[in-house]
Design a protein around this ligand. Structure first.
Ligand code: SAJ
Length: 442
């Protein structure tokens, strides 16, 4: 297929980089979003999200005349749906005592509906949003059928998940392998023709439901593996072992690659996607369900460690360093650090949070410090919750002059504990309770 014009629906973390990458290849791209504020921002050459290199890419695309944004789709050769699929806020599923979250597919539904008036014979429609298995065939195809055209016969329909890592989106969009699942082999081929305009990684063609499963399996695999690392951190704590040391030794085994424990799993992908499997088949997903439970409970483990370090939390002042969901990003959504702050407060602590990547963020119920110094000044303890490079680079002797706190709780193995100890701090590391060890007499 030849693509002169494409419509990208949803201009968030995936849609916007995808749209600007197509535009950079000379394709005429209309970006569509329901938010007039986002449309105005983009058309003025600005962006509403933080992703390295994206601003320059969007500005170039706008200047070239290949990219503009609007609130409604237009006729095009291809339509890409890249809208969010969060959880439903107030509704849960239940199966045999297990309560699980449900996907909110309203954005996918309305994106598909918005295409219907513009869909023409021979077009290609691609769903990129992470979705429960069978969404392409059971939800999107029937909506698009309202156009009078049949998916796989009159137009091509495919599912192609994004698999890029926030912070490296522009590079990974181009370099990563891309899976394209068509409702027919011809639809998969049409999808390949589209993405081949910029994808340098391998492009694999399959059916739509396989591609949906692949995406969910990747993130579920990571979630389950982080869960076991988190469970190991609790075991190590119980048995007076340093989990970080134990993991580094275990990982010398050629077939073992244990991930890192931490305060929990955040973001809008790994902590969300496994639920799509549980929702689709709760009776056969106990492992996936329990891994979610383990990761969601990890903030409580952090609070236990802080409590142990401080004796009691009541009235204690805590400087919480990092609210992002992972290192060196400004994305605070679904961040386990937020949960830790709320739990600490619930136990009576007064917490000031410092997030250098988003100092102006307004987080409900969280006292955001305007600076590191401000967070530290009155603190009784410092809790490191995200391994931002700039936190790992802090100089403990300088920090000692900025705070009366002499207790540091490192939940991510982000600090050089020897340096902090020699600057007079008592360091508690998540999953490392080695000071409690009593060695057997030889
Ligand atoms: N985390 C740990 N321990 C680890 C690794 C991660 O606790 O060893 C935590 C992080 O701190 C964070 C969460 O897990 O809170 C998720 O971070 P991540 O870097 O593992 O993943 P995301 O959510 O930023 O991006 C993932 C990626 N998927 C996989 O690596 C399988 C990315 O490739 C996907 O495109 C993205 O989800 C997505 O959009 O689905």
């Amino acid at each position: 297929m030849n693509f002169q014009k494409i419509c990208v629906i949803g201009l968030g973390y995936i849609g916007l980089p995808t749209a600007s990458t197509f535009a950079a290849r000379g394709i005429n791209v209309l970006g569509v979003d329901i938010s007039p504020r986002i449309i105005d921002t983009i058309n003025q050459g600005e962006i509403h999200i933080h992703e390295p290199g994206l601003l320059e890419e969007v500005q170039k695309a706008i200047r070239s005349g290949n990219f503009k944004a609007a609130t409604k789709p237009e006729e095009a050769d291809a339509f890409i749906i890249a809208v969010p699929t969060p959880f439903q806020e107030n509704k849960f599923g239940e199966y045999s005592g297990v309560t699980y979250k449900l996907a909110d597919m309203r954005a996918v539904t309305s994106a598909a509906e918005s295409i219907v008036p513009f869909l023409r014979k021979g077009n290609l429609v691609v769903l990129e949003s992470t979705s429960p298995p069978r969404t392409t065939v059971d939800l999107v195809a029937p909506i698009l059928a309202h156009s009078g055209l049949v998916a796989g016969r009159d137009f091509h329909l495919a599912y192609s998940p994004e698999r890029v890592l926030p912070g490296q989106i522009l590079r990974e969009l181009i370099e990563n392998a891309r899976v394209i699942g068509g409702v027919t082999p011809e639809s998969a081929q049409a999808g390949r023709d589209l993405y081949a305009t910029f994808v340098k990684g391998q492009i694999i063609q399959t059916d739509a439901t396989t591609a949906e499963m692949v995406k969910l399996m990747e993130n579920t695999y990571r979630d389950v593996n982080i869960a076991i690392a988190n469970e190991f951190s609790r075991l190590a704590d119980k048995f007076g072992v340093d989990v970080w040391e134990a993991i580094s030794i275990a990982n010398l085994h050629p077939r073992v690659k244990i991930l890192s424990p931490g305060p929990g799993v955040g973001g809008h992908c790994i902590s969300v996607d496994p639920w799509f499997f549980v929702e689709a088949a709760p009776e056969i997903t106990p492992l996936i369900y329990h891994a979610r439970q383990v990761n969601d409970a990890q903030p409580h483990f952090v609070v236990d460690i802080v409590k142990r370090a401080l004796g009691s939390l009541n009235g204690k002042k805590v400087a919480a360093l990092g609210l992002a969901y992972k290192p060196d990003v400004d994305d605070l959504r679904e961040s386990p650090a937020n949960e830790v702050v709320h739990l600490l407060q619930h136990e009576g602590a007064q917490v000031k949070a410092w997030e250098p990547f988003k100092p102006d963020a307004v987080m409900p119920g969280i006292d955001m410090a305007p600076s590191l110094e401000n967070a530290l000044s009155e603190a009784d303890a410092i809790v490191l919750m995200v391994k931002h490079t700039e936190f790992s680079n802090l100089v403990p002797s300088e920090i000692a002059n900025k705070t009366k706190a002499r207790i540091v709780i490192d939940t991510v193995n982000g600090l050089n504990d020897k340096a902090w100890k020699s600057a007079g701090f008592k360091v508690f590391r998540l999953g490392s309770n080695k000071s409690q060890i009593v060695n057997p007499k030889s």
